[in-house]
Ligand binder design. Sequence first.
Ligand code: SAH
Ligand code: SF4
Ligand code: F3S
Length: 491
Amino acid sequence: MENKELIFDSNIDKLIESADLTREAPTEEPYRQYWFMKKARELTEEKSRELNRRLTFCVNTFGCQMNARDSEKLVGVLERIGYVEAPDENADFVIYNTCTVRENANLRVYGRLGYLHSLKKKNPHMMIGLCGCMMQEPQVVEKLKKSYSFVNLIFGTHNIYKFAELVVAALTNNRMVIDIWKDTDKIVEDLPSERKYPFKSGVNIMFGCNNFCSYCIVPYVRGRERSRNPKDIIREIEHLVADGVVEVMLLGQNVNSYGKNLEEPMTFAQLLQEIEKIEGLERIRFMTSHPKDLSDELIEVMKNSKKICRHLHLPLQSGSSEILKKMNRKYDKEQYLNLVERIRKAMPDISLTTDIIVGFPGETEEDFLETVDVVEKVRYDSAFTFIYSKRTGTPAAAMENQIPEDVVKDRFDRLLARVQEIGRSMSARYTGTVQEVLVEEQNSQDTHLMTGRLSNNLVVHFEGDTSLIGKLCQVRLDECRGFYYMGTKVG
Ligand code: SAH
Ligand code: SF4
Ligand code: F3S
């Protein structure tokens, strides 16, 4: 067995190199995938010689940060097997990492597939792969088989770790390769990934969801909750920090229930305390916190932390206790407001953001006004507002009293106006103060300006140069323009 401490990037390259293709693929992971990465590279090199050019890829990501992180893993493999990134979908290997949380996410993919087909007619070498949450729905795969036979590879969320193996299958097959698992209890560590930003990174701490909110399809397409081993998480972050990362975003559908089913159970707050100790790591963010599991222990740890950012995304979904019950959220309006009060008492400067669904089955005008009431009481810095989308197979889809479109649209517009008005005034409350920002990128419209992010997740533009990217610096917030600031670097 290899020394676990050593298995990272350059070492992964060495391990891929040392795979022995004269023997059968090993059965143990991740070694099996290293073997297939080498095998895939042989195949792409051959193709590349034939075409007399480098092969290119394009990974297009839909959905949440989980998917974004998964896509980095896909890119990590593609780059290791010899593909170079293309600026657009006119590429030799196009992958759509899909989302199905709302119907429009789903429809967008079908729309784009028609366009991909036209590209493929011009480039017969083109490979098209589909993965992600949408592929976990049997009716989607049926439809693809029937009407989108030009797709080469379809796989789901549970077996993404065997991407290299699936690529080899697709490259050596003329028919559509489909591999979807219903669920898994497996977590494979030490696979390559290619970060989008050099200085910040998402880190999965858990996969899946056990909450079954009645509107939500995620538990069906992401499977049961599984926490990663704390040692693996710490080891990954330590490696990231050694590689220049200063900010991590810990990812899970419900991070507050982290660690419950580990062999040695551990709370999310305890995990945070361990991560806080990592030298060189400057900022810790996390997503998403389910209000029902947010503990006083977590509030205390956040309050005392120097690294955990002053931002909490606390999805409300609805302000009506009646609707919350039907949503299976396991908290009511009172409990939510009480929680917010405890958080604000401990950290008065914290920025709160949320998700809200409008038009859940049975939502009355009174229920809707309860939601507006919570928005007005909490005063969120910003809120994602969604129109309820019926997802096949979820309990809410079968509920009576689905709300007519025009009623929902009217409520949605009213809510959005209120949320934005409050958001603007909340965002402006730091005007005139000097804050630490992490410089993220050059402003695309005005290259004299750099864009940085505050601990509370707000954005500030200020004069500077690209040498600042990835660094923390002090910026005075001169003027708030809606949801961002214009500032001046100080010191
Ligand atoms: N695990 C996270 C949410 C992941 S989905 C949590 O519980 O907070 C992101 C957001 O999409 C949800 O918070 C919810 O507001 C929204 N959403 C999920 N299912 C939806 C549906 N069927 N219709 C509309 N919005 C939905
Ligand atoms: Fe969906 Fe609820 Fe799980 Fe979030 S906690 S992913 S909303 S089921
Ligand atoms: Fe979408 Fe899947 Fe995330 S359904 S929101 S990509 S977990």
